[in-house]
Design a protein around this ligand. Structure first.
Ligand SMILES: Nc1nc2c(ncn2[C@@H]2O[C@H](COP(=O)(O)OP(=O)(O)O)[C@@H](O)[C@H]2O)c(=O)[nH]1
Ligand SMILES: [Mg+2]
Length: 252
């Protein structure tokens, strides 16, 4: 009963906020456009990042649900420094005023799963804390390319590297395929519906609670404290080493 309350409440009233992350060129902006149903984000073939700061666009679905989509720059590209990532993350969390319902990690079936991608996932852990994994959905772009080869996503995943399989397991095996090139409006709408049904499951698993600024602040606080803890321990170790040795010196 309680579960249904959460579901009904979540589905009908609150806007859904999704954040797109991943390496430049994987199709984040194109996926954002597929979700909102128009070219609101700039998506380009060139490898230089088109999106330089995080942007939020909103759409209202046929059933009245409001969906906010936040597109981010390639935060996990190897060229980007940690300070910039930190600032962008804070700006994303500010943009998502009511919290983040799902983090869409975008991979492309056309690009090899790289070290950058692997580190993107671990950066999320470092930046947001373990809780963030409960909100991740992996979106593979390039559905049209697979279709052309007569392959399904499962065929693709069968032949993929073990590290990608491990990453998917880490993200609760929540993944789906997007064809951002389709001109077929029904196909686009079905893709969005499939995504939203996974978002719905994510929300239910998280008790209807999105990832909020408070959770982020709490994580940062705990992290700071544990770092301070670690510093304390380290200091204690050094202290014991120095004074322990002195003790033994006086003993002699
Ligand atoms: N064939 C194909 N190309 C795609 C798909 N999604 C994105 N792309 C292309 O991938 C390139 C990079 O896309 P973009 O959205 O700018 O990536 P971003 O840097 O992650 O935002 C563009 O040329 C897109 O047209 C897809 O589903 N199929
Ligand atoms: Mg982009």
């Amino acid at each position: 009963m309680g579960g249904y309350m959460i579901e009904d409440d979540w589905e009908n009233s609150s806007p859904i906020t999704l954040v797109l992350v991943g390496r430049t060129g994987n199709g984040k902006s194109a996926t954002g456009n597929s979700i909102v149903g128009s070219k609101k984000f700039e998506s380009k073939r060139s490898c230089s990042g088109v999106t330089t700061t995080s942007k939020l666009k909103t759409t209202v679905l046929a059933d009245g649900r409001v969906v906010n989509v936040i597109d981010t720059p390639g935060l996990f590209d190897s060229s980007i420094d940690f300070e910039f990532i930190g600032k962008e993350i804070v700006s994303c969390i500010d943009l998502a005023r009511d919290g983040i319902h799902a983090v869409l990690v975008v991979f492309s079936v056309c690009n090899r799963f790289s070290e950058e991608e692997k580190s993107a996932i671990s950066s999320l852990l470092t930046l947001f804390g373990r809780k963030i994994y409960d909100y991740i959905i992996v979106v593979f772009t390039g559905g049209d390319e697979l279709e052309e080869e007569g392959k399904t996503l499962e065929d693709f995943l069968c032949g993929c590297q073990e590290t990608l399989k491990e990453t998917l397991r880490l993200c609760g095996n929540r993944y789906l395929l997007f064809d951002n090139k389709t001109k077929d409006e029904t196909k686009r709408a079905i893709q969005v519906q499939n995504l939203l049904s996974i978002v719905n499951n994510v929300a239910l698993n998280n008790g209807g609670r999105p990832y909020t600024n408070e959770m982020y602040t709490e994580f940062k606080k705990c992290k700071r404290e544990s770092e301070e803890d670690e510093q304390d321990k380290q200091f204690k170790r050094i202290f014991e080493m120095v004074y322990g040795m002195q003790d033994s010196v006086t003993c002699f």
